[in-house]
Each structure stands twice: as structure tokens, then as C-alpha cells.
Design a protein around this ligand. Structure first.
Ligand code: ATP
Length: 304
């Protein structure tokens, strides 16, 4: 898949501190990249660099294949941005705000307004003034503005911050829909990992300006969900039975021979019976759970 964003050794120093230190990562078309880090970790700085609002002190940025700053300016038309507050006019209605941005971006025809408001679920309330909107509606209006001009890439800084649980689900579902139906690549930041759960396809963990780890959602869930560690006398034989009898191939054999089984599809006892019924010695078995937040907290601690 094509890389939409490539950064190499990206560093950003402000007068008093270094907000990003040698960050290198790639983001592919179609991904929902969850940028996770505590307050001050450098998420906004990273997104501002991608959006062209500030420039890196050192390092390289390639955006839609463009290496040069001037060329990147052109490519930025393909991005929609919400950084810090979603920018809209409180005195204008929802519809009025979109009309303003339509003219500003030079998008011909008013049809785009109806289409965009229907996409974000604000068409019915289009006459409401910006200042009277709930936080969830404000976020959706911000998204509608960012979506004008059919962006291929969305840069969203904490769009879920402050929403109530139903608002979180609403925005999450909307972003999923945009990603799946329009193949929009999304880079979304949050200081709460669980907000991005079920949304991000890849996570980048930032801690004090450095990229602590990048991991796919699938790999993260393998590390974090319920899993069973089972120590048997013959791991090779046991995993063969696991695949044959339980059609289960979602496991790892650890260095000490422990078989770690993810996505448990049967009662834990069934996994021990599989060993004993086939003449394999069972030495130990533990059911474990690692929550996403625990995982992130450990990572952040190690980063220090
Ligand atoms: P938050 O969730 O609090 O916005 P963040 O992960 O987005 O955090 P940044 O806003 O990128 O982090 O800030 C990273 C570091 O850079 C912080 O220590 C912050 O105080 C500092 N910083 C950000 N902008 C500036 C600036 N314009 N001048 C000086 N320091 C800055």
C-alpha cells in the first residue's frame, strides 16, 4: 500500500523545549492511525507539522510523495484538518458555516453542503447557530468543514476529547464510515487509548516527544485481550492438535515452550483436556488479561 505520510528523524524544538525527538514513521493509505500520548507528549506538534502550520527543526517529511515544501503546500489541498478547537463561526448557522468554507475553498455548487451535512448527520439541524451546538455537534461541524473539498487525509487532534459516551460512539462510527466508504486515511490523536479502541488500525505511542512504539491494532489486541498461557510437555504436538481439532491458529509459542492462546473460543478447561486426552503432560495453565491502559502505562514507564 502507498505511504501517504513518511517522516524520518523528525525533530521540533521550541525555545524552551524539544517537543519531538527523532520521530520516524510511515502512514499508509486507508489506515486509521491512532496517535496516543499524555498531555505534552508532542501529538499536536506532530499534527501541526503535517498540516503545514509549523515547520520541523530537523528531519524529513514526505506528504503524498512530495518532498519539497512548496510541492507539499499543493498536496495539502488533499487534507482536512481539525487541530485544537474545530474552527467555525458561532454567529453563523451550521449551513452558513459550510457555505462560508465552500466559498473560501472555491468549491463550485451548493450540493456539497447538503451531501456533507448528511454524511455527518447534521442536515436536520442545519439552521442551528454554531454557538448553540452541543460539544458532539460542534465536533461534527468541525468534521463537516474538514470534509469540504473531499480530502484523502484527515488530521484530527483529540476530536473525541470531552465527548460523553454516546458522543464518542457517534464520532467513532462516523470516522469509521468515512474511512471505509470513502477510503479516507485518518490520523487521530488522543491521550486516552481506550477512546481509539475499535477505531484505530495502527497505534503510535508518543512519550515526551519520542515514538515509544508503533503497533497494529491486531497485534495490540493480541497482547492485551484475554489469553491463556499453557505449559505442556510437547508444544509442537499440542499446537498441531489446536489447529486440527479446534481449528485455532491464533497462538504463539514463547521461548520457554509456553503456548499462548489468544481469542479463546472455548472454555479454558477444554484447552487443558486437549492436552490430557492426547497423552500430553500439562504442567501449568493460567488465564491472563492485560488491559489496553495497563499496556500503555507500562510502555510509558519504560520510556522514562
Ligand atoms: P496536549 O494533549 O497537552 O495538547 P500534546 O501531546 O499535543 O499535548 P504538544 O502540544 O505537541 O503536546 O506539546 C509538546 C511540548 O511542546 C509540550 O511540552 C508543550 O509545552 C511544548 N510546546 C508546544 N507548543 C509550544 C510553543 N509554541 N512554544 C513553546 N513550547 C511549546
Amino acid at each position: 500500500m502507498e505511504n501517504i505520510v513518511e517522516v524520518k528523524n523528525l525533530t521540533k524544538s521550541y525555545k524552551t523545549c524539544t517537543a519531538l525527538k527523532q520521530v520516524s514513521l510511515n502512514i499508509k493509505r486507508g489506515e486509521i492511525y491512532g496517535l496516543v500520548g499524555a498531555n505534552g507528549a508532542g501529538k499536536t506538534t506532530f499534527l501541526k507539522i503535517l498540516a503545514g502550520q509549523i515547520f520541523p527543526t530537523e528531519g524529513e517529511l514526505v506528504l503524498f510523495g512530495a518532498h519539497q515544501q512548496r510541492e507539499q503546500e499543493n498536496q495539502r489541498k488533499r487534507t482536512g484538518v481539525i487541530i485544537e478547537e474545530p474552527g467555525f463561526y458561532p454567529q453563523l448557522s451550521i449551513e452558513g458555516n459550510l457555505e462560508y468554507y465552500r466559498l473560501q475553498k472555491g468549491i463550485p455548487g451548493k450540493a456539497v453542503i447538503e451531501e456533507t451535512l448528511k454524511t455527518v448527520g447534521l442536515w436536520e439541524v442545519r439552521k442551528k447557530k454554531g454557538k448553540t451546538l452541543s460539544l458532539g455537534m460542534k465536533q461534527r461541524l468541525g468534521l463537516a468543514i474538514a470534509l469540504m473539498g473531499e480530502p484523502e487525509l484527515l488530521l484530527l487532534d483529540e476530536p473525541i476529547n470531552g465527548l460523553d459516551p454516546s458522543g464518542i460512539i457517534e464520532v467513532r462510527n462516523l470516522l469509521k464510515k468515512l474511512n471505509q466508504e470513502k477510503n479516507i486515511t485518518i490520523i487521530i490523536s488522543s491521550h486516552i487509548l481506550s477512546e481509539l479502541e475499535q477505531l484505530a488500525t495502527v497505534y503510535g505511542f508518543l512519550g515526551k516527544g519520542t515514538l515509544l512504539e508503533q503497533i497494529s491494532a491486531k497485534a495490540l489486541h493480541e497482547k492485551c485481550g484475554n489469553y491463556l498461557d499453557i505449559m505442556v510437555s510437547d508444544a509442537e504436538m499440542y499446537t498441531m492438535l489446536l489447529e486440527k481439532q479446534f481449528s485455532h491458529n491464533h497462538y504463539l509459542v514463547l521461548e520457554d515452550g509456553t503456548v499462548r492462546i489468544f481469542d479463546l473460543q472455548q472454555e479454558p478447561e477444554k484447552y487443558s483436556a486437549l492436552a490430557s486426552e492426547n497423552g500430553i503432560g500439562l504442567r501449568a495453565m493460567t488465564l491472563k488479561q492485560n488491559s489496553l491502559e495497563d499496556y500503555y502505562m507500562n510502555l510509558a514507564k519504560e520510556g522514562k
